[in-house]
Design a protein around this ligand. Structure first.
Ligand SMILES: Nc1ncnc2c1ncn2[C@@H]1O[C@H](COP(=O)(O)OP(=O)(O)OP(=O)(O)O)[C@@H](O)[C@H]1O
Ligand SMILES: [Mg+2]
Length: 414
């Protein structure tokens, strides 16, 4: 049984959603519908999320990600379609049933999590339990457990202002976890964090998920993040689902409609170069490394290959995890004989041609200087993300400000 089953879900914003639905059924475009004074939030979305699954929803700005996730706890009222949670259609829930659902079964974490500045960390984390009317001692205990889960043990009596942005976001996560929901909805929960902290949070989120096994629906703009954390990825475009698959499926099939769109709009991508997506090569192998050393280096960072360089960073090639494993079996002393010849690009290589190279080359692509010394690497995910972020492909030019994100919590409290 699916934990969440979404059936032909449509959300039209505006005063007369029925009229918007009629226009949709008549095959009108989102733009035409918008001209008539409605906005298509999502249209005919169907998919299922299994118990314990980590599903990532991706798509450009305005593609309907937040609308979708907010329909799942009915912060947005669906215009048509059904949402089954544990096989119960929550679109028919009345006010009391909804409150119960939000208080016990589904928690949500936002990008800008509004912590109460005058409450301690533990009281912030206990907020949801307080709403449930749980006794102070019990809620302190459960809030402390949740804080420990997110790595904030010992911070209970501090105030939010004493915490870094990343730590505050963890308090938000702890608040969501403290009510022990089955389902966690996360709307760009890590997007405001700086990249390094975001990486930590992604990593911890995965570890956390292994322990608590929630069903998670997680929104992000960031393909790297999606590939990192998702069991499956749902790609949205113009309110519709354009592709659903495992990270592997998505990467193997970069010609999906969504990715094609990124690449179609070539203007920016011609201007953008490798410079824009250059990453530090965090781990490198040397020709004299033993195969076990190479494997361990890969393992530590979860890489499927490593670049091999001389001590002065001159590029030699690539060693893959398969080759290194085989070298261990064959009892080779060093990886030297197994180094694969590797394409490289200069720092001013346009992203468009990098896409071409990456479709043929599955490992890390090195960026080199004029002396063939490695400056860094680019990854397929980084290139696609950069193209996506720089593609003028918003569905709306004048997008209405969405509601302040602390709003629903206040309404919960009411
Ligand atoms: N409250 C609202 N009133 C009217 N239109 C809305 C409202 N909220 C969203 N929309 C419209 O619905 C569409 C989907 O918006 P949504 O916020 O779900 O996109 P998103 O994928 O979350 O974008 P972002 O990445 O920018 O957060 C957009 O066209 C948007 O203008
Ligand atoms: Mg959004």
């Amino acid at each position: 049984m699916a934990k969440i089953r979404i059936e032909k879900l449509t959300k039209i914003f505006g005063p007369r959603p029925k009229e918007g639905l009629r226009m949709l059924d008549a095959g009108k475009s989102n733009a035409e519908i918008r001209e008539a004074g409605h906005a298509v939030g999502i249209s005919d979305v169907s998919f299922e999320v299994e118990q314990g699954e980590f599903v990532v929803v991706m798509g450009l700005s305005g593609s309907g990600k937040s609308t979708l996730i907010r329909c799942l706890n009915r912060l947005n009222e669906p215009s048509r379609g059904h949402i089954y949670i544990d096989d119960e259609d929550i679109t028919t829930y009345d006010h009391d049933q909804l409150l119960k659902l939000r208080q016990h079964k589904i928690s949500m974490v936002f990008q800008h999590f509004a912590l109460f500045p005058h409450r301690t960390v533990v009281d912030n984390a206990a907020y949801g339990l307080e709403i449930q009317g749980i006794e102070p001692e019990e809620r302190r205990r459960r809030a402390n457990e949740a804080l420990e889960l997110v790595g904030l043990k010992g911070w209970s009596d501090s105030y939010p202002s004493q915490l870094s942005g990343g730590m505050q976001q963890r308090v938000g996560l702890a608040r969501a976890l403290a009510v022990e929901p089955d389902i966690l909805l996360m709307d760009e929960a890590f997007s405001a964090l700086d990249p390094l902290i975001r990486r930590d949070m992604q990593h911890e989120m995965m570890l956390l998920q292994q322990r608590v096994k929630k069903t998670i629906v997680f929104i992000t703009h960031d393909l790297d993040e999606a590939l990192q954390v998702g069991d499956r990825i749902v790609l949205m475009k113009d309110g519709r689902v354009v592709q659903i698959g495992t990270p592997e499926d998505i990467l193997k099939n970069p010609a999906s409609a969504y990715v094609e769109r990124f690449v179609e709009n070539v203007d920016m991508s011609r201007v953008l170069t490798a410079q824009a997506v250059l990453q530090r090569a965090r781990v490198l192998a040397f020709p004299g490394d033993g195969p076990r050393t190479a494997l361990r280096k890969m393992n530590d960072d979860n890489y499927a290959s490593l670049l091999v360089v001389e001590r002065d960073y001159t590029l030699r090639g690539t060693i893959s995890v398969e080759a290194a494993s085989k070298a261990v079996q064959d009892g080779l002393k060093t990886i030297e004989p197994l180094i694969e010849e590797t394409p490289s690009i200069p720092i001013n290589e346009p992203l468009m041609s990098i896409i071409g190279i990456l479709s043929e080359w599955r490992w890390l692509l090195p960026v080199v200087d004029e002396n063939n010394k490695v400056l860094g690497v680019v990854t397929r995910a980084a290139v696609l993300t950069a193209l996506a972020e720089n593609t003028p492909d918003k569905t709306t030019s004048a997008e209405p400000e969405s509601e302040p994100e602390s709003e629903p919590e206040r309404s919960d409290a009411a």
